[in-house]
Design a protein around this ligand. Structure first.
Ligand SMILES: *Cc1c(COP(=O)(O)O)cnc(C)c1O
Length: 396
Protein backbone atom coordinates (compact mmCIF):
# COMPACT_ATOMS: atom_id res chain seq x y z
CA UNK A 1 0.00 0.00 0.00
CA UNK A 2 2.75 2.46 0.91
CA UNK A 3 5.50 2.92 -1.65
CA UNK A 4 9.04 3.04 -0.26
CA UNK A 5 9.78 5.82 -2.76
CA UNK A 6 9.83 9.46 -1.75
CA UNK A 7 6.89 11.56 -2.91
CA UNK A 8 7.30 14.48 -5.31
CA UNK A 9 4.00 16.17 -4.62
CA UNK A 10 4.12 19.71 -3.24
CA UNK A 11 2.62 18.55 0.04
CA UNK A 12 2.07 16.49 1.99
CA UNK A 13 5.83 16.01 1.98
CA UNK A 14 8.16 13.20 3.04
CA UNK A 15 8.26 12.82 6.81
CA UNK A 16 11.68 12.34 8.43
CA UNK A 17 11.85 9.33 10.70
CA UNK A 18 12.81 11.55 13.65
CA UNK A 19 9.65 13.61 13.22
CA UNK A 20 7.45 10.54 12.85
CA UNK A 21 8.84 9.24 16.11
CA UNK A 22 8.41 12.59 17.82
CA UNK A 23 4.72 12.58 16.89
CA UNK A 24 4.28 9.22 18.59
CA UNK A 25 3.56 10.30 22.15
CA UNK A 26 1.50 8.68 24.88
CA UNK A 27 -1.79 10.19 25.99
CA UNK A 28 -1.30 13.36 27.93
CA UNK A 29 -3.78 15.39 29.96
CA UNK A 30 -3.92 18.63 28.03
CA UNK A 31 -5.25 20.40 31.13
CA UNK A 32 -2.08 19.54 33.03
CA UNK A 33 1.16 21.49 33.18
CA UNK A 34 2.75 18.83 30.97
CA UNK A 35 0.87 20.22 27.98
CA UNK A 36 2.28 23.70 28.49
CA UNK A 37 5.78 22.25 28.52
CA UNK A 38 5.10 20.66 25.13
CA UNK A 39 3.24 23.58 23.61
CA UNK A 40 5.38 26.56 24.53
CA UNK A 41 8.55 25.50 22.68
CA UNK A 42 6.53 24.74 19.54
CA UNK A 43 4.97 28.20 19.58
CA UNK A 44 8.33 29.85 20.30
CA UNK A 45 9.84 27.94 17.39
CA UNK A 46 7.11 29.04 14.98
CA UNK A 47 7.77 32.65 15.97
CA UNK A 48 11.41 32.24 14.92
CA UNK A 49 10.56 30.53 11.63
CA UNK A 50 8.02 33.24 10.74
CA UNK A 51 10.39 35.97 11.99
CA UNK A 52 7.76 37.59 14.19
CA UNK A 53 8.77 40.18 16.74
CA UNK A 54 5.32 40.71 18.25
CA UNK A 55 1.83 39.28 17.99
CA UNK A 56 0.62 35.74 18.62
CA UNK A 57 1.01 32.26 17.17
CA UNK A 58 -2.03 29.98 17.02
CA UNK A 59 -2.00 26.25 16.23
CA UNK A 60 -5.38 24.85 15.24
CA UNK A 61 -6.15 21.17 14.66
CA UNK A 62 -6.93 21.81 10.98
CA UNK A 63 -5.14 22.40 7.68
CA UNK A 64 -4.10 25.43 5.66
CA UNK A 65 -7.67 25.91 4.47
CA UNK A 66 -8.78 26.24 8.08
CA UNK A 67 -6.01 28.79 8.51
CA UNK A 68 -7.55 30.92 5.74
CA UNK A 69 -10.92 30.67 7.47
CA UNK A 70 -9.46 31.61 10.84
CA UNK A 71 -7.72 34.63 9.31
CA UNK A 72 -10.83 36.15 7.78
CA UNK A 73 -13.48 35.23 10.36
CA UNK A 74 -11.46 36.66 13.25
CA UNK A 75 -10.78 40.02 11.67
CA UNK A 76 -13.65 40.95 9.34
CA UNK A 77 -17.39 41.60 9.23
CA UNK A 78 -19.97 40.34 6.71
CA UNK A 79 -19.89 42.57 3.62
CA UNK A 80 -16.35 43.81 4.26
CA UNK A 81 -14.21 44.29 1.16
CA UNK A 82 -10.98 42.37 0.67
CA UNK A 83 -8.64 42.71 -2.29
CA UNK A 84 -7.21 39.55 -3.84
CA UNK A 85 -5.47 38.55 -7.04
CA UNK A 86 -6.42 35.30 -8.77
CA UNK A 87 -3.57 33.56 -10.58
CA UNK A 88 -3.89 29.91 -9.65
CA UNK A 89 -5.97 27.30 -7.86
CA UNK A 90 -4.92 28.25 -4.33
CA UNK A 91 -5.48 31.98 -4.72
CA UNK A 92 -8.85 31.04 -6.29
CA UNK A 93 -9.81 28.80 -3.37
CA UNK A 94 -9.07 31.51 -0.80
CA UNK A 95 -11.24 33.93 -2.80
CA UNK A 96 -14.01 31.32 -2.88
CA UNK A 97 -13.76 30.82 0.89
CA UNK A 98 -14.11 34.57 1.44
CA UNK A 99 -17.13 34.77 -0.86
CA UNK A 100 -18.81 31.90 0.99
CA UNK A 101 -18.33 33.89 4.18
CA UNK A 102 -20.22 36.85 2.74
CA UNK A 103 -17.18 39.03 2.09
CA UNK A 104 -17.04 41.34 -0.89
CA UNK A 105 -13.94 40.18 -2.75
CA UNK A 106 -12.47 42.68 -5.18
CA UNK A 107 -10.68 40.29 -7.54
CA UNK A 108 -7.77 41.27 -9.77
CA UNK A 109 -7.29 38.70 -12.50
CA UNK A 110 -3.75 37.79 -13.51
CA UNK A 111 -2.63 35.10 -15.95
CA UNK A 112 -1.85 31.70 -14.41
CA UNK A 113 1.94 31.63 -14.38
CA UNK A 114 2.23 35.23 -13.21
CA UNK A 115 2.56 36.37 -9.60
CA UNK A 116 0.58 38.86 -7.54
CA UNK A 117 0.28 41.94 -9.83
CA UNK A 118 1.77 44.52 -7.51
CA UNK A 119 1.12 47.52 -9.77
CA UNK A 120 -2.56 46.65 -10.16
CA UNK A 121 -2.92 46.08 -6.42
CA UNK A 122 -1.31 49.44 -5.72
CA UNK A 123 -3.67 51.05 -8.23
CA UNK A 124 -6.72 49.47 -6.59
CA UNK A 125 -5.57 50.67 -3.18
CA UNK A 126 -4.96 54.22 -4.46
CA UNK A 127 -8.42 54.23 -6.05
CA UNK A 128 -9.98 53.20 -2.74
CA UNK A 129 -10.29 56.76 -1.44
CA UNK A 130 -12.81 55.82 1.22
CA UNK A 131 -10.59 53.07 2.61
CA UNK A 132 -13.19 50.32 2.25
CA UNK A 133 -10.62 47.61 1.52
CA UNK A 134 -9.96 45.98 4.89
CA UNK A 135 -7.39 43.40 3.85
CA UNK A 136 -5.17 42.40 0.95
CA UNK A 137 -4.87 38.63 0.47
CA UNK A 138 -1.69 37.30 -1.09
CA UNK A 139 -0.65 33.77 -1.96
CA UNK A 140 3.10 33.82 -1.42
CA UNK A 141 3.76 30.62 -3.30
CA UNK A 142 1.04 29.60 -5.77
CA UNK A 143 1.40 25.83 -5.59
CA UNK A 144 -0.70 25.23 -8.71
CA UNK A 145 1.66 27.08 -11.03
CA UNK A 146 4.96 27.07 -9.11
CA UNK A 147 5.02 30.86 -8.80
CA UNK A 148 6.48 32.86 -5.94
CA UNK A 149 5.15 36.38 -5.42
CA UNK A 150 7.14 39.28 -4.04
CA UNK A 151 5.60 39.97 -0.63
CA UNK A 152 8.21 42.59 0.32
CA UNK A 153 7.35 44.39 -2.92
CA UNK A 154 3.66 44.12 -2.17
CA UNK A 155 4.17 45.63 1.28
CA UNK A 156 6.16 48.49 -0.27
CA UNK A 157 3.32 49.12 -2.73
CA UNK A 158 0.76 49.17 0.08
CA UNK A 159 2.93 51.68 1.94
CA UNK A 160 3.38 53.82 -1.19
CA UNK A 161 -0.39 53.88 -1.63
CA UNK A 162 -0.67 55.01 1.99
CA UNK A 163 -3.44 52.47 2.53
CA UNK A 164 -4.11 50.99 5.96
CA UNK A 165 -5.45 47.59 4.86
CA UNK A 166 -4.16 44.50 6.63
CA UNK A 167 -1.93 42.11 4.71
CA UNK A 168 -2.83 38.41 4.95
CA UNK A 169 -0.36 35.98 3.39
CA UNK A 170 -0.88 32.33 2.50
CA UNK A 171 2.55 30.85 3.10
CA UNK A 172 1.41 27.24 3.24
CA UNK A 173 3.84 26.02 0.58
CA UNK A 174 6.63 28.52 1.26
CA UNK A 175 7.03 28.87 5.03
CA UNK A 176 9.94 26.81 6.40
CA UNK A 177 11.23 26.22 2.84
CA UNK A 178 11.68 29.71 1.37
CA UNK A 179 12.64 32.95 3.12
CA UNK A 180 9.72 34.47 5.00
CA UNK A 181 9.87 37.63 7.09
CA UNK A 182 6.62 38.41 8.85
CA UNK A 183 7.97 41.40 10.78
CA UNK A 184 10.08 42.79 7.94
CA UNK A 185 7.28 42.51 5.41
CA UNK A 186 4.60 43.84 7.74
CA UNK A 187 2.45 40.74 7.38
CA UNK A 188 -0.66 40.87 9.58
CA UNK A 189 -1.58 37.20 9.30
CA UNK A 190 0.65 34.44 7.98
CA UNK A 191 -0.92 31.04 7.31
CA UNK A 192 1.03 27.77 7.20
CA UNK A 193 0.19 24.10 7.49
CA UNK A 194 2.01 21.20 9.10
CA UNK A 195 2.35 18.98 6.04
CA UNK A 196 4.59 21.02 3.76
CA UNK A 197 7.81 22.76 4.81
CA UNK A 198 7.41 21.55 8.39
CA UNK A 199 7.58 17.93 7.16
CA UNK A 200 4.82 16.78 9.52
CA UNK A 201 1.71 14.74 8.86
CA UNK A 202 -1.28 16.89 7.89
CA UNK A 203 -3.51 18.21 10.66
CA UNK A 204 -2.27 21.56 11.94
CA UNK A 205 -3.06 25.07 10.76
CA UNK A 206 -0.22 27.32 11.91
CA UNK A 207 -0.89 31.06 12.09
CA UNK A 208 1.14 34.10 12.99
CA UNK A 209 -1.04 37.09 13.86
CA UNK A 210 0.15 40.71 14.22
CA UNK A 211 -1.06 43.13 16.92
CA UNK A 212 -3.04 44.99 14.24
CA UNK A 213 -4.92 41.82 13.25
CA UNK A 214 -5.43 40.95 16.93
CA UNK A 215 -6.99 44.38 17.46
CA UNK A 216 -9.33 43.80 14.51
CA UNK A 217 -10.80 40.76 16.24
CA UNK A 218 -12.63 42.94 18.76
CA UNK A 219 -14.79 44.56 16.08
CA UNK A 220 -15.02 41.55 13.73
CA UNK A 221 -18.51 40.11 13.56
CA UNK A 222 -18.15 37.19 11.17
CA UNK A 223 -19.35 34.09 13.03
CA UNK A 224 -16.58 31.92 14.37
CA UNK A 225 -16.45 29.32 17.10
CA UNK A 226 -13.87 26.58 16.55
CA UNK A 227 -11.42 29.09 15.05
CA UNK A 228 -12.02 31.93 17.52
CA UNK A 229 -8.65 33.54 18.29
CA UNK A 230 -10.08 34.96 21.54
CA UNK A 231 -10.74 31.50 22.99
CA UNK A 232 -7.35 30.30 21.84
CA UNK A 233 -5.51 33.33 23.22
CA UNK A 234 -7.29 33.09 26.58
CA UNK A 235 -6.65 29.37 26.97
CA UNK A 236 -3.06 29.56 25.79
CA UNK A 237 -2.22 32.42 28.15
CA UNK A 238 -3.23 30.05 30.95
CA UNK A 239 -1.03 27.29 29.49
CA UNK A 240 -4.01 25.37 28.12
CA UNK A 241 -6.16 24.94 25.03
CA UNK A 242 -9.85 25.61 24.38
CA UNK A 243 -10.45 21.99 23.31
CA UNK A 244 -8.41 18.86 22.73
CA UNK A 245 -5.14 19.77 21.00
CA UNK A 246 -3.38 17.63 18.39
CA UNK A 247 -0.75 16.70 20.96
CA UNK A 248 1.25 14.39 18.70
CA UNK A 249 1.53 16.97 15.93
CA UNK A 250 2.54 19.68 18.39
CA UNK A 251 5.27 17.42 19.76
CA UNK A 252 6.36 16.75 16.18
CA UNK A 253 6.37 20.46 15.39
CA UNK A 254 8.98 21.14 18.06
CA UNK A 255 11.13 18.36 16.62
CA UNK A 256 10.64 19.73 13.11
CA UNK A 257 11.79 23.19 14.13
CA UNK A 258 14.75 21.68 15.94
CA UNK A 259 15.75 19.92 12.70
CA UNK A 260 15.27 23.07 10.63
CA UNK A 261 17.38 25.10 13.06
CA UNK A 262 20.07 22.42 13.35
CA UNK A 263 20.47 22.65 9.59
CA UNK A 264 20.06 26.44 9.85
CA UNK A 265 17.09 28.21 8.28
CA UNK A 266 19.31 29.96 5.75
CA UNK A 267 20.84 26.61 4.81
CA UNK A 268 17.33 25.13 4.49
CA UNK A 269 16.38 27.93 2.10
CA UNK A 270 19.63 27.53 0.16
CA UNK A 271 19.03 23.77 -0.11
CA UNK A 272 15.56 24.38 -1.52
CA UNK A 273 17.00 26.81 -4.06
CA UNK A 274 19.63 24.28 -5.13
CA UNK A 275 17.15 21.42 -5.41
CA UNK A 276 14.79 23.63 -7.41
CA UNK A 277 17.55 24.86 -9.68
CA UNK A 278 18.51 21.26 -10.52
CA UNK A 279 14.90 20.52 -11.41
CA UNK A 280 14.68 23.64 -13.56
CA UNK A 281 17.82 22.65 -15.44
CA UNK A 282 16.35 19.20 -16.02
CA UNK A 283 13.15 20.73 -17.37
CA UNK A 284 15.15 22.87 -19.78
CA UNK A 285 17.17 19.85 -20.88
CA UNK A 286 13.91 18.05 -21.64
CA UNK A 287 13.04 20.89 -24.01
CA UNK A 288 10.16 21.88 -21.75
CA UNK A 289 9.55 24.97 -19.61
CA UNK A 290 8.13 25.83 -16.20
CA UNK A 291 4.67 27.38 -16.00
CA UNK A 292 6.14 30.37 -14.12
CA UNK A 293 6.30 33.15 -16.71
CA UNK A 294 9.74 34.49 -15.79
CA UNK A 295 12.78 33.24 -13.87
CA UNK A 296 12.24 35.62 -10.94
CA UNK A 297 8.81 34.07 -10.35
CA UNK A 298 10.03 30.48 -10.17
CA UNK A 299 9.22 28.79 -6.90
CA UNK A 300 11.87 26.91 -4.94
CA UNK A 301 9.31 24.41 -3.60
CA UNK A 302 7.38 23.26 -6.66
CA UNK A 303 7.86 23.33 -10.42
CA UNK A 304 4.84 23.06 -12.69
CA UNK A 305 6.19 21.64 -15.95
CA UNK A 306 4.28 22.63 -19.10
CA UNK A 307 3.83 19.45 -21.14
CA UNK A 308 4.29 19.18 -24.92
CA UNK A 309 1.43 20.17 -27.20
CA UNK A 310 -1.09 17.32 -27.39
CA UNK A 311 0.22 15.58 -24.26
CA UNK A 312 -1.64 15.40 -20.94
CA UNK A 313 0.29 15.96 -17.72
CA UNK A 314 -2.20 13.89 -15.75
CA UNK A 315 -1.29 10.82 -17.84
CA UNK A 316 2.27 11.11 -16.61
CA UNK A 317 1.14 11.45 -13.00
CA UNK A 318 -1.10 8.39 -13.27
CA UNK A 319 1.58 6.29 -14.96
CA UNK A 320 4.22 7.29 -12.41
CA UNK A 321 1.92 6.19 -9.60
CA UNK A 322 0.69 2.97 -11.22
CA UNK A 323 3.92 1.73 -12.79
CA UNK A 324 6.71 3.16 -10.64
CA UNK A 325 5.05 3.94 -7.30
CA UNK A 326 6.08 7.58 -7.46
CA UNK A 327 3.79 10.53 -6.76
CA UNK A 328 3.91 13.74 -8.80
CA UNK A 329 1.26 16.47 -8.72
CA UNK A 330 -1.43 16.87 -11.37
CA UNK A 331 -2.32 20.20 -12.92
CA UNK A 332 -5.21 21.97 -11.20
CA UNK A 333 -7.94 24.25 -12.52
CA UNK A 334 -7.02 26.22 -15.62
CA UNK A 335 -3.79 24.30 -16.09
CA UNK A 336 -5.30 20.82 -15.54
CA UNK A 337 -3.69 18.46 -18.08
CA UNK A 338 -1.37 21.21 -19.31
CA UNK A 339 1.20 20.74 -16.58
CA UNK A 340 2.45 18.15 -14.16
CA UNK A 341 4.06 19.28 -10.94
CA UNK A 342 7.26 18.23 -9.27
CA UNK A 343 7.25 19.07 -5.57
CA UNK A 344 10.72 19.68 -4.18
CA UNK A 345 10.21 20.77 -0.60
CA UNK A 346 10.69 19.39 2.85
CA UNK A 347 12.94 16.43 3.52
CA UNK A 348 14.74 16.05 0.21
CA UNK A 349 18.32 15.57 -0.94
CA UNK A 350 20.03 15.86 -4.32
CA UNK A 351 19.93 12.07 -4.61
CA UNK A 352 16.20 11.89 -3.92
CA UNK A 353 15.44 14.60 -6.48
CA UNK A 354 17.54 12.79 -9.09
CA UNK A 355 15.39 9.68 -8.58
CA UNK A 356 12.27 11.74 -9.22
CA UNK A 357 13.71 13.27 -12.38
CA UNK A 358 14.74 9.81 -13.60
CA UNK A 359 11.20 8.52 -12.99
CA UNK A 360 9.64 11.44 -14.84
CA UNK A 361 11.89 10.65 -17.80
CA UNK A 362 10.86 6.99 -17.83
CA UNK A 363 7.22 8.04 -17.83
CA UNK A 364 7.74 10.52 -20.66
CA UNK A 365 9.43 7.82 -22.72
CA UNK A 366 6.68 5.31 -21.90
CA UNK A 367 4.08 7.85 -23.04
CA UNK A 368 5.91 8.43 -26.32
CA UNK A 369 6.88 12.03 -25.57
CA UNK A 370 10.08 13.23 -27.24
CA UNK A 371 12.67 12.64 -24.53
CA UNK A 372 16.22 11.39 -24.34
CA UNK A 373 16.54 9.28 -21.21
CA UNK A 374 19.06 10.78 -18.83
CA UNK A 375 19.05 14.25 -20.37
CA UNK A 376 17.36 16.01 -17.46
CA UNK A 377 19.08 13.83 -14.88
CA UNK A 378 22.48 14.72 -16.37
CA UNK A 379 21.71 18.44 -16.31
CA UNK A 380 20.73 18.21 -12.65
CA UNK A 381 23.75 16.02 -11.84
CA UNK A 382 26.08 18.58 -13.40
CA UNK A 383 24.51 21.33 -11.35
CA UNK A 384 24.44 19.40 -8.07
CA UNK A 385 28.05 18.24 -8.45
CA UNK A 386 29.24 21.73 -9.18
CA UNK A 387 27.33 23.72 -6.60
CA UNK A 388 29.37 23.35 -3.47
CA UNK A 389 29.39 24.62 0.06
CA UNK A 390 26.17 23.18 1.34
CA UNK A 391 26.35 20.14 3.55
CA UNK A 392 23.28 18.01 3.26
CA UNK A 393 21.70 17.33 6.57
CA UNK A 394 21.17 13.65 7.38
CA UNK A 395 17.44 13.41 6.95
CA UNK A 396 16.69 10.85 9.63
C1 LIG B 1 -1.53 23.16 0.37
C2 LIG B 1 -1.92 24.59 0.27
C3 LIG B 1 -3.01 25.15 0.96
C4 LIG B 1 -3.89 24.46 1.94
O1 LIG B 1 -4.21 23.22 1.79
P1 LIG B 1 -4.73 22.27 2.94
O2 LIG B 1 -4.94 21.05 2.16
O3 LIG B 1 -5.96 22.85 3.48
O4 LIG B 1 -3.65 22.19 3.97
C5 LIG B 1 -3.25 26.49 0.84
N1 LIG B 1 -2.49 27.27 0.09
C6 LIG B 1 -1.43 26.80 -0.57
C7 LIG B 1 -0.59 27.76 -1.35
C8 LIG B 1 -1.10 25.45 -0.51
O5 LIG B 1 -0.04 24.99 -1.17
Amino acid sequence: MFSPNPVFIPGPTNIPEAIRKACDVPTLDHRSAAFGRLYRPAVAGVRRVLRMDEGEVFLFPSTGTGGWEAAVTNTLCPGDTVLAARFGMFSQRWIDLCQRHGLNVQVIEAPWGEGAPIGAIEGALRADIGGTIRAVLATHNETATGVRSDIAGLRAAMDRAGHGAMLFVDGVSSIASMPFDMAGWGVDIAVAGSQKGFMLPPGLAILGVSPKALAAMDSATLPRAFFDFRDMARACAAGGYPYTPAVGLIAGLSRSIEMLEDEGLDAVYARHYRLAEGVRRAVTAWGLRPCAATADLQSDTVTAVVVPEGANGSDLVKLAADKYGVAFGVGLGEVAGRVFRIGHLGMLTDVMVLSGLATAEMCMADLGWTIRLGSGVAAAQDYYRGSTGIVQQAAA
